[in-house]
Design a protein around this ligand. Structure first.
Ligand SMILES: [Mg+2]
Ligand SMILES: [Zn+2]
Length: 269
């Protein structure tokens, strides 16, 4: 099926912010709050892992903490159903590769996604988790006001569109809650769907700029609504696609019979 479903991760797939979750659960909230005014969020998370490492906290302890992050059971079933119906599922997130992969593997969802665009992570020689910005901060700024310096989701969406368009016409469904997800939403076209989380930053921005989004907009508030609306949109698109294919076939077959008719006539007896 020619449907690409792009999910944000924090407060969309999981019902919390994974960075805040780990910082709070592992007792780093005072230090995090103290340092936040002095450095970018992305660099601050890298600093937090330095702190955890110096306290003797292992990668396993961070992973165990992430496995406890709230994820609505209907969102798990929604992702599995969307995948089973043949949609191409992707994630565009300002969390990091280790967090996202740990959560997805724990819930048996890793194989449902064809691509995860996020801040890269790795474990250094001392066994410490490191986070790098998605965009190289040394090169020129992306200049987008909706997104943090380390990742402009609209820019990422443009790249996703370009890479999948090689396989033919695609319809997008995008789900998210943040202002960076609004930036992604700006890249959607008329045949696409934006699924903003109601009463979250993306929702507020849409309400004050209602004409900027070209796609259809279907809001959701919780896991039940996300599942119901997402599966409904996938069904709607697949019915539209089938109708289009059928009419193409009709035209093609009538043209073929016309050609056959013409080619039959000149054959001499
Ligand atoms: Mg989010
Ligand atoms: Zn942006």
């Amino acid at each position: 099926m020619a449907v690409v479903v792009v999910f944000d991760f924090d407060k969309t797939i999981i019902d919390c912010d994974s960075d805040n979750w780990v910082v709070d659960e592992l007792g780093l909230t005072p230090l995090f709050t103290q340092l936040l005014p002095t450095m970018p969020w992305n660099s601050l998370m890298d600093r937090m892992f330095m702190e955890l490492h110096s306290q003797g906290k292992t990668m396993e302890e961070i992973a165990e903490c992430l496995k406890r992050a709230p994820l609505h059971p209907r969102i798990i079933s929604a992702i599995k159903s969307a995948h089973a119906s043949g949609c191409d599922l992707r994630i565009v997130s300002d969390a990091n590769a280790f967090f996202i992969e740990t959560v997805l593997k724990h819930h048996g969802l890793m194989d449902c996604f064809s691509e995860i665009k996020t801040n890269p992570s790795f474990v250094d020689g001392e066994g410490r988790l490191r986070i790098l910005p998605y965009h190289d901060l040394k090169s020129s700024s992306h200049g987008c006001n909706f997104c943090p310096p380390n990742m402009c989701k609209g820019l990422v969406m443009e790249r996703v569109r370009t890479s999948v368009s090689a396989e033919g016409k695609k319809r997008f469904i995008y789900l998210g809650d943040g202002s960076a997800d609004f930036c992604s939403g700006l890249k959607l076209g008329e045949g696409d769907y934006l699924m903003p989380r109601k009463n979250y930053p993306i929702w507020e921005i849409i309400c004050s700029n209602p004409k900027l989004i070209k796609s259809k907009i279907n809001e959701w508030s919780n896991g039940e609504e996300l599942e119901k609306i997402l599966l409904h949109l996938i069904t709607t698109i697949s019915i539209e696609e089938k109708c289009n294919m059928r009419s193409d076939k009709c035209q093609a077959s009538s043209m073929d019979s016309h050609k056959t008719f013409q080619s039959v006539l000149p054959v001499p007896h």
